[in-house]
Design a protein around this ligand. Structure first.
Ligand code: LLP
Length: 503
């Protein structure tokens, strides 16, 4: 034991900075909800003006700082995708009339526009590997679509690994087509990664030990919690001391020792600080990654920057400055590559960014009622279909499709709710459950209401609460719609249930 430890301490490249640089662990609770994400360049310039490091007080770059060269002038967003319009009136989705989709597939139904997924994939092509965090929308047709465009995949459970393989991903390869990222192995997942040779990104020391006992000789990557995090909600912040995710930064050395002890070779590092964060916070990860990488040394072959990219959900929100974000990571990759003496793969692991904007939840207004001064539009989808508003107070744009004539109607402030027997079943709510109103066109029962930008964490977080069937999913490609998940039937709902013979 002692001997192995000393061997390991000598083996990594000594970059001479291990104890010199420490950053202040910090958790940021700033609500990003009402703020447009600050473009990265602006964030960095703001830090510079304040005389602060982008990674917070106490942070020191592990290598001699080099100037970051951006491909664009600060503030120049002409290279970014054009902003989506947020009209509350809608007639079609990807060229197909919404009324036709509703007629054919019923409501509620999730509809995805494949062209928007393809565009978002293209936005990220500068990264060596785009690894789709399929938890955002794991229908096998979506996975297949991503696979055919060169996107690799992340899986967080046995089921997600099986989905990836059902969509045509091979279990092993270089770079690994599927990576299993988690904080624990349940027994099924451990058996499966061992049998199939699926690469594991370990988020706890116990995962290293459990995999090492079963499959010594494997290469692994480590998910590191850098001590800070940020998300669109505190529930999606995955860094800092209050988060269960990843290996605590200061335990990295112990984990490297443990991996070595089990004959596992650590070839990569991964950091994901939260979902729906902003570039101001994402930029802080670069320094933390460089510091951790220095501790790992020459065995490092890949770095994954995680996911977390926000998308514009509200009028006035901008797309993130991806070119600047890439430049920042590419510069870090170059510094690390020259330190370790070989090329490094740079991975990004987006979920929301790839699929959120492609998804529309098509519902029908089934009742309109007045409660004091509030007008309620009650639709046939509830939080069993889209849980983001009740969970995080998440905001989704909405539009009305009039089934009676195309004339534009005046807007009125309404509350939009669903059919569930629970008062929280409101789509226009804020964090904390406060009911808000939305300016939507005057509508009638029978009109369609579309909840937009619902492709990420929409259908996948659906449930059978109130014995409601999961909604169907439809993919539009080349002007045609394809059913990619059938609506559940009553038999699907009670499958697996049984009545025991008891008195
Ligand atoms: N990588 C890891 C390790 C993750 O845990 C996640 C998301 C991602 C990548 C993808 O993050 P994204 O690019 O989508 O932000 N249900 C919440 C989001 C939960 C995210 C969980 N992890 C929501 O509806 O906002």
């Amino acid at each position: 034991m002692e001997h192995l430890y000393h061997c390991w301490r000598r083996s990594p490249l000594d970059l001479g900075i291990q104890s010199a640089c420490r950053w202040q662990p910090q958790t940021c609770h700033t609500p990003a909800r009402r703020r447009a994400p600050l473009p990265l360049t602006a964030a960095l310039l703001a830090c510079e003006r304040r005389g602060q490091s982008p990674a917070g007080d106490g942070w020191r770059p592990p290598f001699a700082p080099r100037p970051i060269r951006f491909a664009y002038e600060p503030g120049d967003v002409s290279h970014m995708p054009t902003r989506t319009s947020f009209s509350p009136f809608r007639t079609e989705i990807a060229g197909i009339p919404v009324a036709e989709l509703a007629q054919r597939y019923g409501t509620p139904t999730y509809v995805y526009d494949s062209a928007q997924i393809a565009e978002r994939i293209d936005d990220l092509k500068a990264f060596d590997v785009v690894r789709y965090a399929q938890k955002a929308c794991s229908n096998i047709a979506i996975l297949d679509f991503c696979r055919r465009r060169g996107v690799l995949v992340d899986a967080v459970s046995y089921g997600e690994m099986r989905r990836a393989m059902a969509a045509g991903y091979t279990p092993a390869g270089n770079p690994p087509p599927i990576i299993f990222t988690a904080d624990i192995f349940d027994r099924e997942a451990l058996d499966f990664v061992v049998e199939q040779g699926i690469h594991v990104n370990c988020g706890s020391p116990d995962m290293i030990a459990q995999l090492g006992q079963r499959a010594p000789g494997r290469e692994i990557t480590l998910r590191i919690n850098p001590g800070f995090g940020h998300g669109h909600s505190q529930k999606t912040n995955t860094g800092g001391e209050q988060s269960k995710h990843g290996i605590w930064r200061e335990q990295l050395a112990d984990c490297l020792y443990q991996a070595d002890h089990h004959g596992l070779s650590v070839t990569g590092l991964h950091m994901h600080i939260g979902s729906g964060t902003d570039l101001e916070h994402l930029a802080q990860v670069v320094g933390a990654m460089e510091e951790a990488a220095a501790e790992l040394g020459r065995s490092l072959r890949s770095i994954s920057v995680g996911g977390g990219l926000p998308i514009p959900y509200r009028e006035g929100d901008d797309y993130v400055d991806l070119a600047a974000y890439y430049d920042l990571w590419n510069a870090a990759r170059a510094r690390l590559a020259s330190a370790v003496g070989h090329e490094l793969h740079l991975e990004i692991e987006p979920g929301r960014y790839l699929v959120a904007e492609s998804g529309y939840l098509v519902t029908e207004i089934r009742a309109i009622k007045q409660m004091g001064k509030n007008t309620f539009y009650l639709v046939d989808a509830g939080f069993n279909n889209l849980a983001r508003p009740i969970l995080y107070g998440a905001y989704h744009p909405m539009s009305i499709v009039s089934t009676r004539g195309s004339g534009e109607r005046p807007l009125q402030d309404v509350v939009v709710g669903g059919p569930l027997c629970e008062s929280g079943d409101i789509f226009t709510q804020e964090e904390g459950g406060y009911v808000a109103t939305r300016a939507l066109p005057a509508a009638e029962v029978g009109d369609l209401l579309v909840i937009e930008k619902a492709g990420a964490y929409g259908s996948v977080m659906g449930s059978n609460y109130n014995s409601k069937p999961l909604a169907p999913e439809v993919l539009i490609a080349d002007g045609k719609s394809h059913l990619i998940r059938a609506r559940q039937s009553f038999d699907d709902l009670i499958r697996g249930e049984s009545i025991p013979q008891i008195d």
